[in-house]
Design a binder for this molecule. Sequence first.
Ligand SMILES: Cc1ncc(COP(=O)(O)O)c(C=O)c1O
Length: 395
Amino acid sequence: MKIRKDFLSLAVPDISETERREVMEALDSGWISVGPKVREFERQFAEYHKVKHAIAMSSCTTALFIAAKVLGIGKGDYVIVPTITWQSTANIVEQLDATPLFCDVSRDTLNIIPEEAESYIRKFGKKIKAIIPVHHSGLPADIDKFDQISSKHGIPVIYDAAHAVFSSYDNKMIGQFGIMSAFSFYATKNLTTGDGGMITTNDDDLAELCRIWSYHGLPKDSWKRYSSESASPHVQCIVPGYKFNLTDMQAGLGIAQLKRKDDLLSKRNFLVEYYNEILADTDWIDRPVFKTEKGKYGNHVYVIKIKDEDVDRDKFMTEMRKLNIGTNLHFYPVHLNLYYREKYPDAVLPNADFLKDRILTIPLCTKYSKEDLKYVADSMSYIYENRLAHKTILV
Ligand SMILES: Cc1ncc(COP(=O)(O)O)c(C=O)c1O
């Protein structure tokens, strides 16, 4: 096997002249913290998702935190979260002094199982103050079912849409669902601002609270205090808020990426189709589910599942690294992370347990070519056929 010279990391950001121009415009304008570009990015994002409000944040983590905070989640409350997610989904619950209830996920879609969430509701009833399903890999969770659960039990649903900027459900953009959704614009996400996040909601009051709590506790639009139209030093906080805003430099990136969204999505879909094609006969893996009856196309990450139990997944990752390919896990179950397993030792989640040594994320991003992906597929076959990651040594 001829090893490629340059390292193929899991994903790299796709930055073009359009992004450079927008960022330079922000730098030259004098508004480099929160200003008009942030408001414009919010407006365009809300328009794209056909939702009333979009409130920009410094990350999806802070977006999730603020969404839970404005729902009043705090000490003594319980919040249902999937365990196959990035730590943030659960961490923000802990940070608010509440308790995360870790829910199992589907072995196929990696999305939270609504019935498992319901069994927690039967057990803990009114103590449960929110459910935070993740649209894993951009594949929408079972939104119809969560809508039913939410109205039956009066429990709000916040969607962790970190992977799902391009996703839709029932032909509607994903930001319209639940009481709020939280998006991520981290460097390798479908749409990036370097770091950044967004809350979307159709609820006017919650939108206003999100703004206030995420910006020092100051009343709406107080960022205008330095602008010519409403200069006034007398801005007072009405709650002890945080400082979680996006900046105009980041929003410039976001606006440029939104301009390119159709290209970015179609390139992503094209590459995923190509992976599906070249991995179709690889019978020792399962390819990801990217579409359900109503949910489609996030295509954020390409997560395969290794079916052959004789393959050591971690060793497989090491062998891929030797061939100059970066891989990752989306995700190691959060309830098994050191902090959580010590605090909640009783959580038993069989599907997560099954998946934890089988899932593997292979490189995908819009900067990559068919040749890059072919190299990944060929490397996987090479490692498998030469038994470089097998547990059993043949003599
Ligand atoms: C499912 C999920 N939720 C939340 C986050 C946190 O996003 P951010 O890095 O923007 O805080 C991530 C990050 O990758 C994620 O994958």
